[in-house]
Design a protein around this ligand. Structure first.
Ligand SMILES: Cc1cc2nc3c(=O)[nH]c(=O)nc-3n(C[C@H](O)[C@H](O)[C@H](O)COP(=O)(O)OP(=O)(O)OC[C@H]3O[C@@H](n4cnc5c(N)ncnc54)[C@H](O)[C@@H]3O)c2cc1C
Length: 328
């Protein structure tokens, strides 16, 4: 029976590499890396990822969770959300990371979704995933909500060629924690990993470059993460803020702030950090000024204006929560 298949199509390959080198070679040849598969398989099915085959990373291991010398927490890229959330080392060393991994998605997804896959998942833009052609889709161009108007409620609010909202909660927390990713080629600060897209690429990873582990400094201060979504479970953040801070003599001596759900990549809010340094964490006016600085430059499309105030509140809440943990 003719099922309409193209007999000239090359075979679709399922590869199970035995070494990092073998994996890197297969990835360079065009195979799509498959970790938990909770997003990669969806993208293949939607035709948003084009590949000659898939490269199952699981035989490589890459699941360790260890504390290394110098107080660095090392997490294998294939450690699952559930493993990280329940790890005593993570809970004791970087509690905010354990908490966020324990809250993303649903228990079923957390059992298979991996750290690397979470950082590298594609955006949840309803246009991109909903069949519209855009700069991210194969052969597409432009940005439909900006070019044609439409529903912007779930989109980012900072101007750019693409206004998708970055989906990973974990990436936002890792930016605030000053974490890095180790790849098959180099080490990259998580803050530098994602790029403001002008085409299909969300990250600065080269074709075939694989993430092998994530390094999180455990040393300085306390941290907190505040997010709001349509539901507590099974829903991506509409807006989120992560903060890591250190106080000295009642003043904020060192602070990192990252925002999520507001742009195609996590945003490091440096102006807010500057506004906060030297402030008393109990000084609500100083916290409000920092929140305003964090949102400076945002230009929401019609329908997404609510995210401005939501994000301001979350920045203040995350600073207060982090300061409270330090005091406690
Ligand atoms: C209903 C639902 C709700 C969700 N809610 C949330 C949420 O609230 N917050 C949140 O943060 N996430 C959420 N997620 C996302 C979920 O956590 C991701 O689907 C998941 O983390 C992806 O992990 P994975 O291991 O399945 O990645 P995969 O699907 O296997 O891979 C994702 C992408 O990363 C690439 N990749 C994977 N691992 C590597 C590697 N080591 N090196 C290089 N490339 C790699 C793949 O090629 C693919 O492009 C949700 C998902 C669903 C389906």
């Amino acid at each position: 029976m003719d099922r309409g298949g193209d007999v000239r199509s090359p075979p679709f390959v399922y590869a199970r590499p035995e070494s990092s080198d073998e994996a890197a070679t297969a990835a360079r040849a065009g195979a799509l890396a498959l970790a938990g598969g909770t997003d990669a398989l969806v993208l293949l099915r939607l035709g948003l990822a084009r590949a000659q085959g898939v490269l199952d990373l699981k035989p490589l291991g890459w699941r360790e969770i260890e504390v290394k010398s110098g107080g660095v927490l090392e997490l294998g890229a294939l450690a699952t959300m559930a493993e990280i959330a329940s790890s005593a080392l993570v809970r004791e060393g970087v509690q905010t990371l354990a908490l966020v991994c324990g809250r993303v998605a649903t228990p079923q997804i957390r059992n298979v979704a991996t750290l690397g896959g979470n950082l590298l998942q594609a955006p949840r833009c309803p246009y991109y995933r909903g069949g519209f052609a855009c700069m991210r889709t194969p052969g597409g161009a432009g940005c439909p909500p900006q070019d044609q108007g439409g529903d912007a409620r779930h989109l980012g609010i900072f101007p750019g060629a693409c206004v998708a909202a970055h989906p990973s909660d974990v990436a936002v927390v890792l930016v605030a924690l000053g974490a890095g990713v180790v790849t098959t080629r180099r080490t990259i600060a998580v803050e530098e990993l994602h790029r403001a897209p002008d085409g299909p690429a969300d990250t600065i990873l080269e074709p075939g470059e694989l993430v092998t582990k994530v390094l999180v400094p455990m040393s300085a201060g306390t941290s907190a993460y505040a997010r709001v979504a349509d539901r507590a479970s099974f829903a991506f953040a509409l807006a989120a803020a992560a903060v890591r801070l250190k106080t000295r003599q009642g003043r904020i001596a060192d602070v990192r702030i990252a925002l999520g759900g507001l742009a195609p990549r996590p945003i490091r809010a440096r102006a807010a950090e500057d506004a906060l340094t030297g402030a008393d964490p109990a000084d609500r006016a100083a916290l409000d000024r920092a929140a305003d600085a964090a949102l400076d430059g945002a230009r929401p499309l019609p329908g997404a204006e609510y995210k401005l105030q939501l994000a301001r509140v979350l920045v203040v809440r995350a600073i207060e929560d982090a300061a409270r943990s330090e005091a406690g």
